[in-house]
Design a protein around this ligand. Sequence first.
Ligand SMILES: Nc1ncnc2c1ncn2[C@@H]1O[C@H](COP(=O)(O)OP(=O)(O)OP(=O)(O)O)[C@@H](O)[C@H]1O
Length: 578
Amino acid sequence: MIIKALGKYKLLVTAALLTMLLQVGAALWQPSYMKSILSVMANMTLSTSGKIDRISNYGVALIGVAIIGLIGSILNTITAAKIAQSVSADLRENTFRKIQTFAYADIEKFKSENLVVRMTNDINQIQMLLMMTFQVLIRVPLLFVGAFILSIITMPKLWWIIVVMVVLIVVVTGFAMKSMGPHFAMFQRLMDRINGITKDNLRGSRVVKSFVQEDNEAKKFDKQSDELLHHNLAVGYTFSTMIPAFTIISQLAIFVAIILVSTFVTKSASYAQDQLGGIMSFIQYMMQIMFAIIMGGMMSMFASRGFVSMGRIKEVLDTEVTMSFDDVPDEDLTGSVEFDHVTFSYPNDKKPTINDVSFEIEPGEMVGIVGATGAGKSTLAQLIPRLFDPTSGYVKVGGQDLKHVSKGTLKKTISIVLQKAILFSGTIAGNLKQGNPNATTEDMNRAAQIAQASEFIDRLPEGYEAPVEERGNNFSGGQKQRMSITRGVIKRPKVLILDDSTSALDARSEKLVQDAFNRELKGTTTIIIAQKISSVVHADKILVLDQGHLVAQGKHQELVENSDVYRQIYDTQKAKED
Ligand SMILES: Nc1ncnc2c1ncn2[C@@H]1O[C@H](COP(=O)(O)OP(=O)(O)OP(=O)(O)O)[C@@H](O)[C@H]1O
């Protein structure tokens, strides 16, 4: 996935690798100049002025190499950042686009909260991993191998010190990683939980405040936050023991190297000159080796989080969408709706929510669906715009099996106004045009009048351009429902489904909406899910659902006479009204 994503940025990747080579080369080159400077200083045969000349030449060269390294480092940081930002932006866009192709059932499978964390947190982890890869991870092995070879070339007799040091550092790093690994693994999980609690709390802030749940919420948050602190501290403690351990190992190695070199030096004066310079660069190479191992260990630990995130994004991108649409031309369907032995179970549910339901609705009919809470009314309604496919049986609109009509046909034929009015941040016009992108002001006026939304939209100074905050928080429940109905009727669908969408309206407004429907939507098949029988008493047909079964259908009076379930609901509601 990442290799494919990097393919688009070959030039940047090459630049990042070259600048990294420049950096490593400069780092490995510098100790050799230090060696030369010290050798000149220890040279007995040279005059003082001759020594100063040579030392300043080496000094200039050393500064030159350091500057090259610095330029390499700056360019490498810039290119690495550009690669990391660009690739993560591509991944974010691709993931978002992929999610847009998901059927509703696919989103249910992942859970929307989880997808949000993947889109934000996981993409950020991948971005950090890419940045680290091009800045550190590839540099570490190069620096290690280069410094290892050069240290042995510089001081061949001291090769074993390097080997012992490497072994000790690898062992300490290994122990540290083993003890820190489980804590790192918990970070992502705890961050997910903390994100979830924060989002739930902020989204449901009205509930939290009205039920005085602040203390409980704070306790819930503290628990997760304390756990995160515990893991952070554990990692911190390990770090704090690692650093002194590495310092002791490196100081011991330096000490042993200096002792050994001093014994060599006392043996011969000419040998001393070479060895004095050598020991300096040898120590520098030792430091570079140590740095490479420690960085490699640490980074691979952090990188593991990035790899987990990559897996989570790959899972989204590789998801096979459960619903596909036939690639057939758009067509004009009539507004007839037919359920033919439809059974439906939610994913992971064994018991069907809709059980062998069959009925027919003629074009232009007004049909009510009633039933107790949880009877399956909303679920049945959601099968009509194909938010879900039936587990068995057929849903037909205009005589066509929905599985064989194009997405365009489905979109222009059917409109559903969901139980919960969901608005998006932007403007009122932006929200209404989701129903019909080509809607003119005239179309918006007509639809808003049907939904009785004009009365408050016209009073807003900005009218249709009035801002809508996230989830329509700056509008009342009734206003949101009216805008939601406007969005549903604006495209003049053949089939309009209203899922309890007038529940937040006062009795007068509800009556006005119904009258407007009867007047303006004559040819439209209207399916109304209602809690109150009074809302559908004049319907051409009423479907009665009970625990997923269609137990009766007919006109109000017929049902009062023939259906126990319907009569029971009706009597209860009538008693309440009286
Ligand atoms: N997304 C879902 N995943 C799993 N089960 C679900 C889902 N949505 C609804 N259900 C279950 O399906 C059953 C029917 O729910 P549905 O919302 O269709 O009932 P309803 O008749 O519209 O109820 P209400 O009048 O309260 O809105 C319920 O038992 C509910 O728990």
